[in-house]
Design a protein around this ligand. Structure first.
Ligand code: CU
Length: 153
């Protein structure tokens, strides 16, 4: 019996992410920033939680609400907050990476329709091993700095 268990574990490791992914990679508190009608750019935030031992690398994100979906980060350059595209977001084993305003985020460029507070937008993360993880993120008012954000005052 012990032998069978160890064979199964070996198989799971050899298969890479496989069906194990959904069980070992969690997406917490996902949200899409509400933007006024007519604004064509928004962003998505969430906490990526890798419950597994192996590092997981997000290489792309997808959604049908935007023409282009990019992984972005904010960095300070000459005292100015600049947003730039990143190739990947790596989440080490048993670690969390927070996507939040002013930091890492998923950029939704060229919204294909207007957003409504409370609606759920389908997002998909694509990992380096080709695995894809689909989930729903509610549209919310999000405070905090972002280049494309509107300000209330
Ligand atoms: Cu951005």
């Amino acid at each position: 019996m012990k032998k069978i268990v160890s064979i199964l574990i070996t198989m799971a490791i050899t298969m890479g992410g496989g069906p194990v992914l959904a069980g070992t990679f969690g997406i917490h508190a996902p949200m899409v920033r509400m933007v006024p009608p007519g604004q064509t750019v928004s962003a998505a935030f969430m906490i990526l939680h890798n419950h597994g031992m192996q590092e997981r690398i997000v290489v792309a994100a997808h959604s049908d609400v935007a023409d282009a979906v990019e992984l972005h980060n904010h960095t300070m350059e000459d005292g100015m907050m600049k947003m730039r595209r990143v190739d990947a977001i790596a989440v080490a084993g048993h670690a969390e990476v927070v996507l939040k305003p002013g930091g890492l985020h998923i950029m939704l460029i060229g919204l294909t329709r207007s957003l409504e507070v409370g609606e759920k937008v389908t997002l998909e993360l694509e990992f380096a091993d080709g695995e894809r993880l689909s989930f729903k993120a509610p549209v919310q008012m999000v405070s905090g700095a972002h280049d494309h954000a509107t300000h209330d005052h």
